[in-house]
Design a protein around this ligand. Structure first.
Ligand code: URP
Ligand code: ZN
Ligand code: ZN
Ligand code: ZN
Length: 472
């Protein structure tokens, strides 16, 4: 059914204006003043912002990791995402050496297809590169629309790839029109520091942070950036946590290298001291890279403000404290890395960023939605409010004050890392391709209604209808 969203303040990455939106056939059909249509349901957004749905570039839903499987799957994870104002997720598809890439992609389709309540896409992990892998990449791009490849520079003996693999992936990505993503930490050095810590009997969660120092992230980030320059390719550094890494990204960009950087809410508002919480509670705050000393937060905020970092990912990868995180009692290396973030990503950036004057409202939309869609070949189908775009829309109350808690969260894990944090602002209603997924803070979506998104090649636009924008 047609809908008109009336009286809201529409915010895009570039503009803020009061107008009505006509939604028809899953798309934004018209934006204008005093719209009316006898066949349309009217939704009053007076006193609310109207944002394009958030695009989360970094999730790990139902992912096998650390001897267990991340708790939120495509059902709970995408429902929570929608409550939090996110209407598209790009999840990491893991691969196994020597196996056809398509097997992994098919597995990821199988676990998402009947569950996702919002649209979704995949990045593909590259763990090795050889003729067989290179032969498969064109179909990954053309048939699956997967135009971003992920290389891990850490997690030695698990996911870690060597520099040759990274470099050749950068070369292939350049040739084929894909973006290379890196988890940038020096896995070899970390492995050595971890062994030394364990030998000394240092097994508490805090040693997770102390054995993954910021220099190890800075070094890997700089190395990846240099290799990108050498290959004349394109790079996106995920979950940037510290000054050392920001500096390397900034340096590369100043040289004209095509290098992008993402940070995550946890690095903006939490710090290393959380890993020292008593009764093993520090395990709740174990991410890789780890939470950093507090002074890094200001560096990250400034980098978002001045464009040295461009996007915010959740790095959603949740584990229960009881039964999963506690696998690492007595040995921090066995604590599964990651946390439940997907629901709070947008609200934390609004509250801590916009409300506290660190970034503008338009930057907030860019960082959580528009820039992500552009970088990953989804724009302008996703990431903006414009005629012809998918009607992925968030009606947001900028005034409500609330406290983040596991009690009110829709994520499946048994704790929330932001427990007790006061935030201002909350999505009230969320539409995915013109249908409500969340209405007046209640879930009204349908499992499996989310569609798989094939993405455009790096640098290309994703048009809903190619003819629309062709001038003959
Ligand atoms: O600790 C983290 N970041 N867990 C998820 C996997 C990854 O490295 O992104
Ligand atoms: Zn990572
Ligand atoms: Zn420091
Ligand atoms: Zn991740």
């Amino acid at each position: 059914m047609k809908k008109i969203i009336k009286n809201g303040v529409i915010v895009t990455a570039s503009d803020t204006f009061k107008a009505d939106i006509l939604v028809e056939n899953e798309k934004i059909a018209l934006i204008g003043q005093d719209l009316s249509d006898p066949g349309a349901e009217v939704i009053d957004a007076e006193g609310h912002y109207v944002f394009p749905g958030g695009v989360d570039p970094h999730t790990h839903l139902e992912m096998p990791f650390g001897g267990t499987v991340s708790k939120d799957d495509f059902e709970t994870g995408t429902i929570a995402a929608a409550f939090g104002g996110t209407t598209t997720v790009i999840d990491f598809c893991l691969t196994n050496k020597g196996e056809p890439l398509q097997n992994s992609i098919d597995q990821w389709h199988a676990k998402s297809r009947e569950k996702s309540v919002i649209d979704y896409s995949f990045h593909l992990m590259i763990g090795e590169i050889n003729d067989a892998v290179i032969d498969q990449l064109p179909s990954v791009i053309e048939d699956e629309g997967i135009t971003s490849f992920k290389v891990f520079m850490a997690y030695k003996n698990v996911f870690q790839a060597d520099d040759e693999t990274l470099f050749r992936t950068l070369e292939e990505a350049k040739r084929l029109g894909a973006l290379v993503m890196v988890h940038a930490e020096n896995g070899d050095v970390i492995d050595h520091l971890v062994k030394k810590a364990l030998q000394k009997g240092n097994t508490d969660p805090i040693y997770h942070a102390l054995t993954r120092p910021p220099e190890a992230e800075g070094e890997a980030t700089g190395r990846a950036a240099q290799l990108t320059g050498l290959a004349n390719s394109q790079l996106y550094v995920v979950h940037v946590s510290c000054q050392e890494a920001v500096e390397k990204i900034s340096e590369a960009r100043k040289k004209g290298y095509d290098v992008w950087g993402e940070t995550c809410p946890q690095y903006l508002v939490l710090d290393q001291s959380y890993l020292e919480k008593p009764n093993f509670e520090g395990a709740k705050y174990v991410w890789s890279p780890p939470l950093r000393e507090k002074h890094n937060q200001e560096v990250l905020w400034n980098a978002l403000k001045n464009g040295e970092l461009q996007t915010l990912g959740s790095d959603q990868c949740s584990f229960d404290f009881n039964g999963q995180k506690d696998l690492g009692k007595g040995d921090f290396t066995k604590i599964p890395n990651g946390g439940p973030i997907i629901e709070d990503r947008v609200s934390i950036l609004f509250s801590e960023g916009v409300k506290k004057g660190r970034i503008t409202l338009n930057q907030f939309v860019d960082i959580t939605s528009t820039r992500v869609a552009k970088t990953f070949g989804l724009f302008p189908q996703k990431g903006t409010i414009s005629v012809g775009a998918d009607a992925d829309i968030v009606i947001f109350d900028p005034k409500v004050e609330r406290t983040i808690s596991v009690e009110t969260s829709h994520m499946a894990a048994d704790y929330n890392p932001f427990e007790g944090m006061k935030v201002t602002g909350q999505p009230v209603s969320v539409l995915s391709r013109g249908e409500f997924v969340v209405r007046d803070k209640k879930f009204v979506g349908t499992l499996g209604s989310g569609q798989y998104l094939k993405r455009a090649r790096y640098g290309d636009f994703k048009l809903s209808s190619q003819e629309q924008l062709t001038i003959k």
